[in-house]
Ligand binder design. Structure first.
Ligand SMILES: [Zn+2]
Length: 516
């Protein structure tokens, strides 16, 4: 990013020019360039207003500049005086001030650098340019003081009530308070589930399954649940300044973001708490330790199958589902409306290891690579390829003979057509066979190299597995498996009743001997 110079003549400049030969704008440009150099700033553009309009809309370069300032294109705009940016009515002044303030663009004059986001500069900015905005700000400060006074009295000053509460007008005095509504039980349940060890994903799933309406009116999400869990209003308090709005401008439209502030003020409210301080604090403890970091990195700490097992029905990565209370973790499809039945994580893990053991047994049958069944199969295929090559050469010779015999008049033209067609068909078949054989040979060679690499890999994995950490286990499995597809349709937990089926995909593709 860089800076831009904006040049515009004032009325006084116009008068000066009419009396002398001075090129005012060039002189200003030179002055601003010197000032920029002194400040070590880089100017890459100079905007000269050639027409002199009183309003912004009558000044084309100003319109362009303002648009670019809104987009955050410039670090700073250099002008001889701040009043060169806006003159005329307060609406124009307001537009300019807003663009600079919201995009954080500096105004550099030979006497001062104005940072519109600096409280002190903001006053300067306003005093210098925008008296009416200064007054407006005084009004909002007054309103702010009024709000804080109300909150000190325990009143609810926000326009919206948190989920689980309704706003109610106070009787006999000004202001509002909150009363719990029929959603309060849902809030209570969310806190209870969460503090008893249930994860937010499971809570989301449960809420969506039971069809309880969410605060947004759409599906429950992790984000919505977390927003409830860390809202101190539910303990009877009134939070203030929790989410100071951060505004950005794009194309003239203001977007207000509300990132969460770490520090905020709390006032004792008059409203009835929905959860106790103890439960709320326990939830905050857990929230602090379970930062919402979706993705395999976090899960890898607790789930050896993280990022490895996929739902056969919808293709999503299966996730660990902790139950707490001493119950073993589950592995489930995270998609609420997917009907693939989850299993105990340890049972799936054991089944994956079983699969690896079976591979090892199958591959180990050959003991040494050259004793593997694929080795002799490959030799057979190579012989067949040599045969097919020879057949093709023979057919080529035969074709030449057909031409010769036709030329010598031994074959009639009918004979020629019949025999050459027959020859072409046989060549085509031989070529196809050769192609198939080459593909089969490639496959067998892949299996042979996979076997050569896999057998020691599998031994190492199965030997090292039990003593490994969860992360190491995950890495061991991923060293040999690219993915595992999971399917289960019935609710039988284990044993013969369970129809859980896993498909293991090795990192190095191979296929089992045909009879397996
Ligand atoms: Zn699924």
């Amino acid at each position: 990013m860089s800076d831009v110079i904006y040049l515009r003549k004032s009325r006084a400049d116009l008068e000066l020019e009419s009396r002398s030969e001075v090129d005012v704008l060039s002189r200003h440009e030179a002055e601003l360039r010197r000032n920029a150099a002194r400040l070590g700033r880089t100017v890459t553009a100079v905007y000269r207003e050639v027409v002199s309009g009183d309003t912004i809309s009558a000044r084309p370069m100003m319109m362009q500049l303002l648009h670019e300032v809104e987009l955050g294109k410039w670090d700073a705009v250099h002008v001889v005086e701040t009043s060169r940016l806006a003159r005329g009515d307060t609406i124009d002044q307001g537009i300019v001030a807003r663009a600079f303030q919201l995009s954080g663009t500096l105004i550099v004059t030979p006497s001062k650098i104005v940072d519109p986001n600096n409280e002190y500069d903001e006053d300067y900015f306003e005093f210098d340019l925008f008296m009416s905005r200064r007054e407006y700000k005084a009004i909002t400060r007054r309103q702010q003081r009024g709000r804080i006074a109300s909150m000190n009295e325990g009143k609810w000053v926000a326009n919206k009530a948190p989920y689980g509460y309704d706003r109610q007008k106070l009787t006999g005095e000004k202001g509002w308070t909150l009363v719990p509504n029929d959603k309060a039980d849902t809030v209570r349940s969310i806190f209870q589930w969460y503090t008893s060890g249930m994860g937010t994903s499971l809570i989301v799933r449960r809420l969506n399954e039971t069809g309880v309406p969410s605060p947004t009116g759409k599906d429950w999400t992790n984000c919505v649940v977390r927003a409830i869990l860390d809202n101190p209003s539910y303990t009877g308090m009134i939070p203030w300044g929790r989410r100071p709005a951060v505004k950005t401008v794009r194309g003239g439209a203001v977007t207000v973001h509300t990132p969460r502030a770490k520090e905020y003020q709390l006032f004792q409210g008059r409203h009835e708490p929905i959860v106790t301080k103890e439960i709320f604090d326990a939830a905050q403890d857990r929230l602090a330790h379970n930062k919402s970091r979706p993705g395999p990195k976090q899960a890898a700490m607790k789930n050896p199958l993280s990022g490895l097992v996929y739902c056969s029905k919808c293709g999503r990565a299966m996730v660990r589902r902790p139950y707490g209370n001493g119950y073993p973790d589950g592995l489930i499809c995270p998609y609420t409306s997917c009907d693939n039945v989850g299993s105990r994580l340890d049972l799936v893990e054991e089944a994956v290891l079983d699969g690896l053991r079976r591979w090892l047994m199958d591959f180990d049958a050959g003991k040494r690579p050259e004793e593997a069944p694929e080795a002799s199969q490959a030799a057979q295929v190579q012989r067949a390829i040599r045969d097919a090559d020879k057949e093709l050469a023979d057919l080529q010779t035969q074709l030449m003979r057909i031409y010769d015999l036709t030329e010598q008049g031994v074959y009639s033209s009918d004979d020629f057509l019949t025999r050459s067609r027959e020859n072409a068909a046989r060549r085509q078949a031989a070529e196809k066979r050769l192609e198939d054989l080459a593909a089969e040979l490639a496959r067998l060679q892949t299996v042979l190299s996979a076997r050569a690499e896999l057998v020691p890999d599998l031994r190492h994995i199965l030997d090292a597995y039990d003593g490994a950490t969860v992360e190491e286990k995950n890495a061991l499995l991923k060293s040999v498996l690219s993915r595992v597809d999971y399917l289960k349709t019935n609710r039988e937990r284990w044993g013969l009743g369970s129809d859980m089926s896993l498909t293991l995909y090795p990192r190095i593709p191979f296929s089992f001997p045909p009879d397996r």
